[in-house]
Design a protein around this ligand. Structure first.
Ligand code: GLY
Ligand code: MN
Ligand code: MN
Length: 444
């Protein structure tokens, strides 16, 4: 979807945010709220800053990635006001308000200092909450509250349901990232290092690293077993066996989160077979996604399918039932099957029972699961089954009750391939599921 088409969806997005925020403010006991974009964070004893990232609540209202120091003031029932900060500076390029139609949804005030920003807010803020950095000068603003938990919780809960605008931003973030994934696959096929593959990814996405939703995970060979592997080796390995790349791109603050796993042309046939079976398994799990389904049941289905695959492939020498009840299967799949996705990669609100603060417990054996809610239309989730040979888990297993169920010769043959993860981004629709990743791959 082009930028003008996204702009066409923006007024309805703001209308929905206004109506949700009206209800939320009333329930939390406020009349208004200030969403702050955030201030650049300085390095210790230095005149530089960490890459600036706008606060998610601000980005929810305005697609401004580079507007540090700006505010959105929303008073229940009225038009939101964008208080846009333009620095008076000759060291850095001051922010500029984009010439886009989405800006028409706001009353815009340009300010050049914190004092001017304060003056652009109502004098009386005694029923207004501030969401953002707890700046020292807030003490003199007369605010009702700074980052009140009751308001944040309610907004977090409602953020799980994406508007059509948000879904199209996520679809575009998928299309951008898939260009990167294609280039990365090509760099792998040509024997590139992890660093080379990473550069191919960002180059094809045409995004700077600080624009990515998270640091890309580019893991060759055994490094694929490190779930959030953070090294980018410059050295090419002597042999390319496998690539696991978990990398996304952003569109208007919304991030994609996509993983693909590849086998080298001369890879062990057992690994190649596992890869194909994991891909099938992942698509079977995607087909389970629809409204009202409890995400914990999808996670359980994933653990069961992975246990069956471990047994049918001979990695485990026991029944699938025993692989599950003994906990041996979970040594190979130690993370959750997916999470909410949006302005944050692990988007907020995944374990909330309601908007007042209750929690839906995680399954006792799966503490890493980040989503426990029943699915609703408009949720965007990842589906990311994995199967890994994690040394830190398998080493202690050698001298535990797990040992007898594991074919250690197979582990030795497969461990140099690291692991497999296949991750797509899914929208829960009224009747089922829309796969933002595979639909884009099909037209790429
Ligand atoms: N990229 C992090 C994750 O898949 O959750
Ligand atoms: Mn991922
Ligand atoms: Mn993910």
């Amino acid at each position: 979807m082009t930028t003008p088409s996204l702009d066409l969806l923006f007024p309805a997005h703001i209308a929905e945010l206004r109506s949700r925020t009206d209800r939320t403010l009333a329930a939390a006991g406020f009349d208004g709220v200030v969403f702050q974009s955030g201030e650049p964070l300085g390095l210790a004893r230095d005149d530089q800053h960490y890459p600036y990232k706008a606060h998610p609540y601000f980005k929810w209202w305005a697609p401004l990635a580079d507007a540090a120091g700006s505010l959105i003031h929303y008073r229940a029932g009225s038009r939101p006001r964008l208080i846009f900060f333009v620095a008076t500076d000759f060291w850095y390029q001051p922010a500029a308000l984009p010439a886009a139609t989405w800006v028409d949804e706001f009353e815009v005030v340009i300010v050049h200092s914190h004092d001017e920003a304060r003056a652009a807010l109502p004098k009386d803020l005694s029923r207004t909450a501030w969401l953002g950095d707890p700046l020292p000068e807030l003490g003199s603003y007369g605010l009702a509250a700074v980052n009140p938990d009751g308001l944040l919780r309610r907004l977090d809960y409602t953020r799980a349901r994406k508007t059509p605008y948000e879904i199209e931003c996520l679809a575009e973030a998928n299309r951008i990232a898939l260009r990167g994934h294609a280039a990365a696959a090509d760099a792998f096929a040509h024997g590139g290092s992890e660093y080379d593959i990473h550069q191919a990814f960002v180059g094809a996405c045409a995004q700077r690293e600080q624009e990515l939703p998270y640091n890309a995970i580019v893991a060759l060979n055994e490094a694929g077993s490190v779930l959030h592997y953070q090294i980018l080796q410059r050295q090419r390995p002597t042999r390319h066996r496998s690539l696991l790349i978990d990398a996304g791109a952003t569109c208007r603050g919304y991030g994609s989160d996509i993983t693909r796993s590849y086998a080298a042309r001369d890879a062990d046939s057992a690994f190649v077979a596992l890869l194909a079976q994991m891909d099938q398994l992942q698509q079977q799990l995607c087909a389970l996604v629809k409204p009202t389904v409890d995400w914990r049941d999808i996670h359980q289905a994933a653990v069961e399918k992975i246990a069956s695959l471990l047994c049918s492939s001979g990695i485990l020498r026991c029944s699938a039932e025993e692989a599950l009840t003994s906990g041996t299967a979970r040594l190979f799949f130690p993370h959750g099957i997916g999470h909410l996705l949006g302005l944050q990669v692990h988007d907020v609100g995944g374990v909330m029972a309601d908007d007042r603060g209750g929690m839906i417990p995680k399954p006792p054996l799966d503490p890493a699961l980040r989503l426990t809610r029943r699915l609703e239309p408009g949720f965007v989730v990842t589906m990311e089954p994995g199967l890994y040979f994690v040394d830190a888990l398998l080493k202690p297993a050698r001298s535990s009750h797990h040992a007898q169920r594991i074919d250690w010769d197979k582990i030795e043959a497969l461990a140099p391939y690291g692991g497999i993860r296949i991750e797509d981004n899914l929208v829960v629709t009224e009747s089922g599921v829309r796969n933002l990743t595979r639909e884009s791959a099909a037209v790429a």
